[in-house]
Write a protein that binds this ligand. Sequence first.
Ligand SMILES: [Zn+2]
Length: 555
Amino acid sequence: MHAQGYSVSRRASGASPRTPASGMRFIAILCSVVLTLTIPFIAAAQKTPATAAKKAPAAAGPTPRLVVLLVIDQFRSDYLDIYRSEFGEGGLVRLMREGAVFRECYYPYAITETGPGHATLATGTTPDRHGITANEWYSSLLGKTIYALLDESSMVIGGTPGQPPVSPRNMIGTTLSDEMRLATGGKSRVFGVALKDRAAILSTGHGGNAAYWFDAGGSGFVTSLYYRSLLPEWVLAFNKSHALQFPADPAGRKAGVAHFRESGAANRLVAEFALAMMDNEKIGRGEATDFLFIGFSANDYAGHAYGPYSEEVRKITRETDAAIADLLRQLDTKIGRGKYWFALSADHGVAPTLAEARDANLARLDAKNLDLKAVRTAIEDAMNQKWGSAHWLLPVENFYFDRKVLADKNVRVEDAVRTAGDAARRVPGVWGIVSRYGTHMPDSIIQAYSRSGSPGRRPDLEIVPLPFALPDGDKGGTTHGTPFTYDSQVPLILVGGPFVPGDYFQRCSPLDFAVTLAAMLHVHSPSLATGRVLVEALSTHNASAGRAAAPGAGH
Ligand SMILES: [Zn+2]
C-alpha cells in the first residue's frame, strides 16, 4: 500500500489557486469518477488481476491509513476570513494552504441544527432521508418531545447518573464510516469523540467501534451501552488524570460546567482525548483505512452567548486554530505526513445578535425580535374567534395542533393551518409559515423545509422568520436553525490524497463530503446519499488512473 498526501498534492508556492476545470476536462473527470464509483478497487486492478484485487480490498489503491473528520460546531465559513489575522501557520492556515477549500458550501435544508448537520455530513443526504430532522421533535406516540438520539433500549456508560439513553438508532441508512466497514469486512475501525453526544454518535454511524462525549455533569468522557458495557481502562485513566475541579454545590457545579463548555480548554480536552484514543486503540495502524471523528463543540456555546462578531468568538476561534495546529502536528508524528486525509467542516452557522445587526443598520431591514409567544397567542386567538375557545396548540416547544381538539371541534387540519398561518404572518419578524397541509411561502423556501421534514418528526407549522429576525432575540445572544446563509454556509476543506489544494467556488454542500470520500476510498456511497463527487478538486492523476483502469476491469 502506498499513500498520497500533503507533499504529493501540495501546490507549488506562488501558483494561483485552481480555476474550475474546462467543460471537456470536467466531463472526462466526471466519467472516470463514475467508473471509479461503479468498479470496486480500481487502483489495484491497474497493477494486479481483478480477482486478486477482490480478495484483498484493504490493500487496494492509494488509500490513506486514516481519515480524520473534524467538525467545529457553529463555525461560519466567513470565520476563515474575518479571523484570519488571529491564526498561526500550522492550523487553519495550513489546512487552507494544503487543502481543497470549498468556499460556497451550504446546507440545503431549513432546520440548521447540530443533529441534522452531523447526520448530513455522515450520510451524504438530507434530513428528510436520514431522519435526524432536528435536535428534538414531538412524538405523538409518546405524547412528549423527545431528543433525536433517544434510545430507551440503551443507557449512558459512566458519568453523572440520570443521563438520557442515547444511540444512533434514529438515524436511517448508512454513513461513510459504515460503508468503510462494510467494504473491508469490519477491518476499518471507526472512533469518535466530541463535547456533545449527538456530534460523536451520529458522526460515527451505526457501525462505530466507539463514540465518546463529555458528561453533562462534567465528570469526564462517557459512552453508550450501544458500543460497550464498560468504559475501557484507558478512558477511566484519562478521566482521572484530566479531572476538572468544580464547586461542590449543585448550582455552582452546573455553572462551572457550563462555563467550561464554552471555553477553548474544552476543545483542547477533546483533542487530547482523541490523541489518547489513537494511542490506545491503535487508530491508523490497522489493516484497513480507519475513521476518526473529532467534534469541537465549545464554539457553539460561545457563539450562542455572544454572537459571531464578538470578542469571545474571536478568542475561541483563535484557540481553536491553535488546537488544530497541535492536532495536525500530532497526526504528522503518530500517523505520518501524507498518510492521512483530513477534512474540516461545521454543522451549521449562526445569525448575528440583534445588537450586531443594529450596528450594521440592519434594524432598517428585519433585525428585530421575533416574539414566539406572541405568535402562539395570535394563532390561538384567531382559532378561538373562528371555532370557539379551546387549547388548539400542544403545550410544547414548536407548533403542533392538538389533534383531539381539532377532531372534537370538527376542524380539518388544512383549515386550521390556513387560519393559523394568516394570524402568524401578522406578527412582526414572521415571513410566513410552512406546513405540509398548506403554505404561503416561495417554492425554494418550501423546498428547504421539506428537506428538513420526515413523517412524525417535524411540527405541523414551521414559523419562517424574515432574515435577521431572531426568535426571542431581545433576551440577548443568538441562535441558528433557518435556511438563510448565515446559518447554512459552512467551510468544507479536504486535505491529502487526491484533493488538489486551492479555492473552489462552485456551489456545493456538506452532502458532498461523504459521497466524495466514498468515491476516493473506493467504497460504496452511503445507502441514502444524494450528494455529488467534488470532481473540480480531484487531481488529474487520480481521475486518469480510474479512466485507464476501467476497460480492463471488465464488468
Ligand atoms: Zn447551537
